[in-house]
Design a protein around this ligand. Structure first.
Ligand SMILES: [Zn+2]
Ligand SMILES: [Zn+2]
Length: 295
């Protein structure tokens, strides 16, 4: 059986999305999504609002977070070429879900505590990047970047200010030339490993799914096996950016390794050319815990 009721990957102004939580909920509803997870980067600050917004619209809310982790494996040229990728991202993103905590955050305090420094480290990291940009002849005030960020501060906010200051013509250019992974204005903050993040999420009853494998440039077989060996539960096979053949490939590999899959649009806002929902997935392949959010 196939379903399009789930969108398990979305962002709001609590991280780098452009819409408030309430608007994201509305857009999910407009796309006929029945199970929605808000997965802002390294923060759970949007959950309470999302619970209310989902409830008033008759949508099942699944609390989620997208945790920034260090890469588990190196990218390889062959795979990058096969998938026509220019490079691999310098961090791996792990989606954590807490379907048993749809009504309150009670019982996941340990996870919240662990997450906090990751969230807070975004500010010192931004300061480091601003120092680098200043040395490169592009002074930018932290206040201006903070004004752009509703919650979790990130590079997209910085890119916006760089456009406003006239240092670059577009946000894309900011990333491609200055602040993208490995560029002169980029600063890498120490991150947790996939294994560490998985353990803490499991310890409070959640499950994890490796987000958008396409971005890592690793052979899918190697990648899925690696995740399996580190205790990762699911693979986000059905990500908005994945071609159908790649979704299928990952789904089969996950199944072979006894792992489930998840799906998500990775919706950041209507202006990104993304739309929420419309992910057709095999219902039986989905993580079984997701069903617990419906009772
Ligand atoms: Zn991501
Ligand atoms: Zn995301």
């Amino acid at each position: 059986m196939w379903t399009q009721d789930f969108d398990l990957h979305s962002h709001s102004t609590h991280s780098d999305g452009i819409h408030e939580v309430e608007e994201v909920a509305q857009k999910m509803m407009d796309s006929n999504v029945k199970y929605w997870a808000l997965t802002d980067h390294d923060t759970i600050s949007g959950w309470d609002e999302a619970r209310e917004s989902a409830k008033s619209r008759g949508i099942h809310f699944i609390p989620g977070v997208e945790i920034t982790c260090s890469p588990g494996l190196d990218a390889d040229e062959k795979e990058l070429k096969r998938m026509e990728r220019e490079g691999a991202s310098k961090s791996w993103h792990l989606l954590a879900y807490f379907p048993h905590h749809k009504d309150s955050n009670k019982g996941i305090e340990r996870f919240e505590k662990w997450l906090k420094p990751l969230q807070e480290s975004r500010l010192p990291r931004m300061v480091k990047m601003l120092e680098k940009l200043e040395k490169l002849g592009m002074p930018i005030s932290l206040e201006k970047v903070l004004e752009k960020a509703g919650g979790s501060i990130g590079r997209p906010h910085l890119a916006e200010v760089m456009v406003e200051e006239g240092y670059v013509e577009s946000k894309n250019e900011a990333f491609e030339v200055w602040i993208g992974d490995g560029m002169p204005g980029h600063y890498v903050q120490p991150k947790p490993s996939i294994e560490e993040a998985t353990k803490i999420v499991h310890s409070v009853g959640g499950f994890v799914s490796l987000a958008h494998p396409l971005y890592y440039g690793v052979n899918p077989e190697k990648l899925v096996q690696y995740c399996h060996s580190k205790g990762v539960d699911s693979i986000e096979a059905f990500h908005g950016s994945h071609p159908d053949s790649y979704r299928f490939e990952l789904w089969k590999l996950a199944d072979k390794n006894g792992m489930s899959i998840t799906c998500g649009s990775d919706f950041h806002g209507s202006n990104h050319g993304h739309r929420p929902g419309y992910a057709v997935v095999p219902f039986n392949g989905l993580n079984a815990d997701l069903g617990s959010s419906s009772n």
